[in-house]
Design a protein around this ligand. Structure first.
Ligand code: HEC
Length: 105
C-alpha cells in the first residue's frame, strides 16, 4: 500500500466512524416547532410549545438533542424513564417534554 492510499483509507474510515456517531443528533433549529396540526386530544399547542422549550433547556446538557422523529412514541417513553431522573424536571414538566417528543401521543 502506498502512503497516499493509506492516507485516503484512513480518512474514509475516520469519516465513517465520526458520521455514524452523530447521525441522530441535531441542532436546536432543526427541532420541529409545534403547529396546530400537531395538536391531539392529549396535547394542546401551548403544552407542545412548552414541552419543546423544556426539552431544549433540560435535555441537551450531556449530549446533543435527538430529533423527536428518531424514535417511536413508545420508545420515547422508555428513554424518558431513564433520562428524566438525570434532570431536575418536575413530573409535570417531564410530562410536557414527553408530549413534545412523542408529538402529543
Ligand atoms: C446527566 C446527563 C444526561 C441528561 C441531563 C440527559 N441525558 Fe440523555 N443520555 C445520557 C447518556 C449518558 C446517554 C447514553 C446512553 C445511556 O447512558 O443510557 C444518553 C442517551 C440518550 C438518548 C439515546 C438513547 C438511545 O437508546 O439511543 C436519548 C434519545 C436521550 N438520551 C434523551 C434525553 C432526554 C429526552 C433528556 C431530557 C429529559 C436527556 N436525554 C437528558 C445522559 C443524559
Amino acid at each position: 500500500m502506498t502512503k497516499q492510499n493509506f492516507f485516503l483509507l484512513s480518512s474514509i474510515a475516520f469519516l465513517l466512524i465520526f458520521s455514524s456517531c452523530k447521525k441522530d443528533e441535531i441542532t436546536t433549529d432543526a427541532l420541529y416547532i409545534p403547529t396546530a396540526s400537531d395538536v391531539t386530544a392529549n396535547a394542546t399547542l401551548e403544552e407542545l410549545q412548552q414541552g419543546r422549550t423544556l426539552y431544549i433547556n433540560n435535555c441537551g446538557a450531556c449530549h446533543n438533542l435527538y430529533s423527536p422523529d428518531s424514535y417511536t412514541p413508545s420508545r420515547w417513553q422508555s428513554i424518558l424513564s431513564s433520562m428524566v431522573p438525570r434532570t431536575n424536571l418536575s413530573t409535570a414538566d417531564a410530562s410536557l417534554v414527553s408530549k413534545y417528543v412523542s408529538r402529543g401521543k
